[in-house]
Design a protein around this ligand. Sequence first.
Ligand SMILES: [Zn+2]
Length: 416
Amino acid sequence: MKFNYTIKRNEKCRVCKAGQIEKVLDFGPTPLANAFLSKEEVNKEEYFYPLQVFFCKKCTMLQLGHAVSSKLLFDDYVYVSSTSPVFIQHFVDFALQVATQFNVKKNSLVIDLGSNDGILLHPFKKIGYRVLGIEPASNIAKIARKKGVDTVDEFFNIPLAKKLKRKKGKAEIITATNVFAHIDDLDEVIRGVKILLDRNGAFIIEAPYLIDFIEKRYFDLVYHEHMSYWSIRSLQTLFKRFGMTIFDVQKVPVHGGSVRVFVKHKSGKQKVQKSVLQFLKQEKKIRLHKKETYVKYDKKILQNRVSLLDLLTRLKLKGKKIIGYGAPAKGNTLLNYFKIGPDILDYIVDDSVFKQGLFTPGTHIPVVSPQTLKKDKVNYILILAWNFADPIMKNYSWFKKRGGKFIVPVPIPKII
Ligand SMILES: [Zn+2]
């Protein structure tokens, strides 16, 4: 194990800038969740980074205490959104809903921050808008351009916002889906958004929701890319500092439970909906603003770890063959923290050709194509991509008919 100190320890809260953050969760030294290894790399030394979650005593924001350089995290990213049909449909619906709800004129400019392979902008373009993606991972930006989605492969910041405003004018809609949790310097990004967003435009964020994270115990959403764990309260504290207002919140089912948050300039004409207050009330009820909530949560994760390891060990002692299904980033947090390696899981099946043939970071479990499973005699499948547990079990009903069983690892291990 090799520690890498090219990371930054955040002494101050990312949202309110107070120096009062306290550690509430610690997953130990962990490699980057998307740093899958080739056969040659498995035998070389690997980098590990602290993975610790902090609570801000002043504004109650939940966040990672360290920031790994974004260049390291996102420069050659392997996550390509459009490999999942569930996500493709989700973003088609997203574009249609926004177009109807805001009655945005055709030919208006829609900008997506962290646009990946153009999964959201593609449907916006089809509706008739001008679109522009910002995607720092050059390999993925190239894929988007091939699909006809104009994409800039740079990090979004104030100079880029100014340049784009000069070249393209202001945007009626700016979106940030599943990237807002990944931003270390939020001030720079929001200042950029303020420059580019039309007077009555909407900035729309979609991010995993803290209530789901707590209530469903989806602790494996903690990995280095996820620097912030968003509640509406924290987002409100953040945007207030920049003269912006949340005017609507909606619940969306992706990633185990996310929120879609609509933000405007304070002077923007949109009316603030009742939903905002309702979400804030619910967060208070669940005590998201109290440190004890996270201390209790930590104990529950520990229970989860003990019971899952107990179950898997008993099955192995009985001579059962267990494999994993899905190699998402969050799967690696679970595998590393629970110390589940190739001695327990023979291999992991994943649909993404980008991951097949590689090994999981830290735990070195081989990732293979679904074909391997078809030819093999396996007793149990541990579902690491839990947010797709239902469709996976449905697709693999033949495995059950053959006498196999599924294990869902969180929040309490369950054999199905
Ligand atoms: Zn704070």
